[in-house]
Structures are given as structure tokens and as C-alpha cells.
Write a new protein. Sequence first.
Length: 298
Amino acid sequence: MNQKLSPISAQSEQPTATLLIQCQDQAGIVQAVSGFMYEFGANIITLDQYSTAHEGGKYFMRLEFALDGLSDVVSELRSRFEREVAQRYSMQWQLHDNSTKYKVGILVSKFDHALLDLLWRQQRGLLDCEITCVVSNHNDLRQAVENFGIDFHHVPVSKDTKVEAEAKIHELVAHNDLLVLARYMQILSADFVARWPMQIINIHHSFLPAFVGADPYRQAFEKGVKLIGATAHYVTADLDQGPIIEQDVHRVTHRLNVPALRAIGRDVERNVLARAVNWHVQNRVIVTGNKTVVFSEQ
């Protein structure tokens, strides 16, 4: 089953929430979920669903609903949904109150294109989150960040101070819901990543799985590629192997040198990263194994 139900009414001013579900596909799921929402007095705004196969596949749903007095009844809604619906279908599920914006911390080194694009989009209301701070292993971007009214923290990292530096970074960002690596040119340790399961998004400057690791634009140039790209993915302990959220490419020719490829690639990077972050904070991404299901608006 692969179906999308369009909004049934204009956007409501009522409080809204988003429900994400994954489970084994079977008959009756949509009826059970929508019936529960009806009985609870909620109005379904959008419902997106996808199944990996017509029979016996894995089922995914993203549902937005409006409900008066949501904050007063959300605890009861969660407990009843688990008892009356989720247990019956062995669901993995999450419910997000849309009035609570994600808090996002950004890690960056010296390249500013992805960072400044995120800060500009958030300031213009195009990125639906609260950016709380930027942490960098260099001081170069302090003024640019502080011009946006965002706290900037300098945490130098060396081979000998990596453990202490990561402890300091975690202390600075622990209050956030999501970390974004906007060209942070340090490899995070497995211990650090384990504290943030599927809560760190990285922008890698190549079309993964090609050109993993350092200097991918030079690797691409040496291979004579005709397309260069960028990949936004969740960070895992395995370098550049986490679930991919978004990718894009740009056609290039033999006439372009490495600096030209980098210049083109940076535009691709910032757009790919912005889409991935926005989809995450809008609760449009479901991780399944080492893949993602993305209920984007595109």
C-alpha cells in the first residue's frame, strides 16, 4: 500500500501533534488508528503511509492531527494509544506535540556555507526549530554566528585532548534534541555518538556511498566523474555509513578543476542539509534499519 491522503481542511489553529508508526503490515491498521483518533475527538489533518510490499511488508505511517486542549490530555492519549492500538499491532511509534520546537545545536569547523544557510533559514522562519548554540574547534566563525544572536563556543580538539573536548561539547549541547554537523571536520567517537542515537545529522560532501572519507571532491576529480553530489545522513559509529536522509547532485564536466567542483558542491551541500534538518524537526523521517522513510512534502 502506497497512499497519501490530502489535508481534509485548511490548517487549523487548534494544537496539533504528529504520530509516527512502523510495524508489520496487516489489515486494519488505518481503521484502528483513525478510529482511535475519532473516538478521542481528534481531527486528522494529513495521513501519509507506505508499505514495502502488498503483503507481508513493513508498514509506515505519518499522521498529523488537531485536538483542542492537547497539552492537557496528551499523557492520556499516549497511554490509551499504546494500550488500545499499538500493542495490538506490535507498533514502534512516537507522538510529538508540534507546539514544542526542536532544540538544535550545530557543530562546525571553518567552512561557513552550510552553517550560515541554516542560521539564515531559521531566522527567516524557514527552518522550524530553535538553534540554541554553535560549537566549533576553531574561532574563525565566532563573529558571524554572534551576528545572528546565537551563542558561540570554541572547543579546540587535538589528538591528545579529544576525550576532554568531546566531554565539553556534550556538556554544552546536552539540552538539545538534535545535533547538526555543518562541515564539522572531526570524527566523533563511538562513545559520543552512542549518546545521540539517530539525533546527529551530518552533511557529507559527496554522493554516498561514493568517495567516503576525506577530500571527496579531489577523489571525484581524479575519477573524472560527471556528477558531484552531497549526502545528509544520520551519524553512526561507522564513518559515513549512517541512514541517508537526503541527497542531490549537480552535473559537471571535464573542464572543471577541484576548486570549481568544491564551489559547486557547497551549494548542493547547504540545500541538502537544510532539507534533511527541516524534515527531521517536522517529524517526517522514520529510521528503519540502515534506511529511512521520508514523508517529505516534495
